[in-house]
Design a protein around this ligand. Structure first.
Ligand code: GLN
Length: 309
């Protein structure tokens, strides 16, 4: 464990909290706007099955963009690399996560990577199943396995709120449908994507998913290989190059661990072969990352020399 005690971790949480007021809770999905800006929680799950936590750990939050990396793992398991990467690229972008501009100019009109909305929608479109209900069930089942928590479910209010307001995501889908990147009914896809983003959990659940990635896809307790090693490696690489949106470069320099954030204020961090980190702090910076969450990861990385580089 990096910290010796929960109190040591709590001190870092208090320090990180000081920047909360410099950010703002996301409200473009109206239901997310109800979060309490100064909440901050962290859980660290060690691959040897011990954990520590601090802050408002009883609070739950939705995965939002963190789900993108988990969907990618699932569809790579469903279809293999050649098919998936025929529809989505591997390159980072300096544009915001919901940008539409590059779709027109990028080679073969493929979205640049699976961590921006366009790429994530294309990836969600590849989840196997004969109905959207079956696809969602497979997805939730996968998340329940990764968190070792059968109670994981969807926050229906957040899912509905996103579905009702996802005009830009609909535009991205129709653009990609024109080029054959996306197939099938766009409303069904937006519904599935809104539900995937609305999967709700605690920081500890998220830390446990991080621990699976830290062990190259292996469940720390049962040692079952939940994600093949090469797919876990691809996911972690995307987290380094694109996981923090268009702030990924600076984050790699300042913190230096694979991480994925979401506009709910969640961040999943991975310290390979050591632990997974789950953070929730809904006040966001201008790029859409948890402002206190990034500060906390910065403090942790500096103090305990966590950078992988
Ligand atoms: N559900 C969000 C959206 O598509 C996810 C984006 C995010 O977390 N950055 O707008």
């Amino acid at each position: 464990m990096p910290c010796k005690t929960n109190e040591e971790l709590a001190e870092l949480v208090e320090e990180a909290k000081k920047v909360t007021s410099e950010g703002k809770v996301a409200d473009y999905i109206p239901e997310l706007g109800k979060a309490e800006a100064d909440d901050l929680s962290v859980a660290i799950y060690h691959v040897e099955n011990s954990c520590m936590s601090a802050g408002d750990i009883e609070k739950t939050f939705t995965l939002q963009s963190i789900s993108k990396v988990l969907t990618l793992a699932l569809v790579l398991m469903d279809h293999g690399e050649p098919f998936v990467f025929s529809k989505v690229g591997m390159e980072p972008t300096g544009d915001p996560f919901n940008s539409i501009v590059k779709l027109e100019t990028h080679e073969k009109q493929r979205p640049l990577n699976p961590m921006i909305n366009a790429g994530a929608l294309a990836v969600t479109n590849m989840i196997k199943g004969s109905t959207k209900e079956e696809k969602l069930l497979r997805y939730i089942d996968f998340i329940r396995k990764l968190t070792f928590n059968k109670k994981i479910n969807i926050c229906k209010n957040v899912a509905a709120s996103e579905f009702e307001t996802a005009w830009l995501n609909r535009s991205l889908c129709y653009f990609m449908k024109k080029d054959g990147i996306i197939e099938g009914d766009v409303e069904d896809l937006i519904d599935l994507y809104s539900n995937q983003c609305a999967i709700e959990m605690h920081s500890l659940d998220l830390a446990k998913i991080g621990a699976v990635f830290a062990l190259d896809g292996k469940h720390p307790e049962t040692e079952q290989q939940l994600i093949p090693k090469d797919i876990a490696r691809i996911c972690k690489t995307f987290m380094v190059t694109c996981g923090m949106y268009n702030a990924s470069g600076e984050f790699a320099i300042k913190v230096g661990i694979p991480a994925k954030s979401g506009v709910s204020g969640g961040i999943m961090g991975i310290v390979p072969y050591q632990f997974g980190i789950g953070i929730f702090g809904p006040s966001l910076d201008e790029k859409g990352n948890s402002i206190a969450g990034i500060k906390l990861l910065h403090l942790l990385s500096e103090k305990y020399e966590l950078s992988i580089f």
